[in-house]
Design a protein around this ligand. Structure first.
Ligand code: TXA
Ligand code: MG
Length: 327
């Protein structure tokens, strides 16, 4: 059961930072909605966060930072991004930018994408928590997947009490609407999600109009609220063969669990998502293992079957996308 601490209590922030530092999950208020926070650099904590949300797929997360300098260690700012950050941070604006080289945020948090969403929140409690941890905090809205975003600690507990460690109660979130998400990529600024910062304020600062992301035909509001799901997913160069019961000549092995399949001895390389067969550990390793096999120049990867329960659903979703033929 989640503990609830009044954010203004003596050392509530210190306790919340300790929980994050040891891989726990802490819900906290921001000016938009309550977020469910995890240490962004801890892949296992990020995997736990996805499990708590009950998302059937890895929708990339926003990295929350304490100041612009911290944001610049995670992402590459172009002129437009610099102007937007100077005008609206701290505040209800999220920028999707190219990931920096050596970005310390776990691959799982960005769902393996080469871009990262960053936000500098204005809420004093959010800022104090991030400052105390001294690392970026990934935080989706603190609701179960498919439910509406929470604006009070009670909302958070109603959805997640049995799945998180702590909620910092800081009263109602003042904006009550998620942050506006803008992508600043390839010289263009695109509105990915309308939110707490109105479009006209943005256009005034940029001195031009902002294009809306093309929404695929047949997608609904849910898709608009999850723009990362529309972004082209991470695709390894290697060809993936899923549910492999054996390793064929020339293949590398992406294993799961303690038992290796026939032919494993001849695998070019073997990486195990979780030798113990733990789905949370497997999720934490998924994108980094795929990248490592790519870096090793592997052409074909046999992927052992992954159970379809818990985080296995999201892992299988991502593997199926990664295995899909490219244009
Ligand atoms: O106001 C907010 O933004 C709240 C508070 C807690 O900060 N957070 C929030 O997070 O709304 P979440 O995960 O519920 O929504 C963030 C959205 C996701 O739907 C995801 O698709 C999108 O941001 N996103 C994250 N990274 C992205 C990326 N690299 N490219 C495109 N979209 C991205
Ligand atoms: Mg959300």
């Amino acid at each position: 059961m989640a503990r609830r601490l009044a954010a203004r209590d003596h050392d509530a922030i210190g306790e919340a930072a300790r929980v994050l530092a040891t891989g726990g999950l802490v819900a906290f208020p921001t000016e938009t909605v309550y977020g469910l926070g995890a240490d962004a650099t801890n892949a296992a904590a990020v995997a736990k966060l996805y499990a708590a949300k009950g998302r059937p797929a890895f929708n990339p997360l926003i990295a929350h930072v304490g100041d612009i300098a911290a944001a610049q260690t995670l992402a590459v700012f172009d002129r437009a991004a610099e102007r937007l950050a100077a005008a609206f941070w701290p505040g209800p604006l999220t920028l999707v930018l190219p990931k920096s080289l050596g970005c310390p945020v776990a691959e799982l948090a960005t769902a393996g994408l080469d871009t990262i969403a960053v936000r500098l929140p204005a809420h004093a409690i959010a800022r104090a928590l991030i400052a105390r941890l001294g690392k970026p905090v990934v935080a989706p809205s603190a609701n179960r997947s498919g439910h509406v975003s929470p604006t009070t600690a009670d909302h958070v507990l109603a959805d997640l009490a049995d799945r998180i460690d702590l909620v910092l109660d800081g009263g109602p979130a003042p904006v009550g609407l998620e942050s506006t998400i803008l992508a600043c990529l390839d010289g263009d600024v695109t509105l990915l999600r309308p939110g707490g910062l109105p479009r006209d304020a943005i256009e005034r600062v940029l001195g031009r109009s902002v294009a809306e992301a093309p929404i695929a035909a047949g997608t609904d509001e849910e898709a608009l609220l999850a723009p990362g799901m529309l972004a082209s997913h991470y695709a390894p160069r290697a060809t993936l063969r899923l549910d492999a019961g054996e390793v064929r000549p020339g293949e590398a092995l992406l294993a799961f669990g303690p038992t290796v399949p026939p032919g494993a001895a001849r695998a070019a390389t073997t990486l195990n998502l979780s030798p113990a067969g733990d789905l949370i550990e497997a999720a934490a390793n998924l994108f980094s293992h795929l990248r490592e096999l790519d870096r090793a120049g592997i052409a074909r990867i046999a992927v052992m079957p992954i159970p379809h329960e818990g985080l296995g659903e999201a892992i299988n979703d991502r593997l199926a996308r990664a295995a899909a033929p490219r244009k």
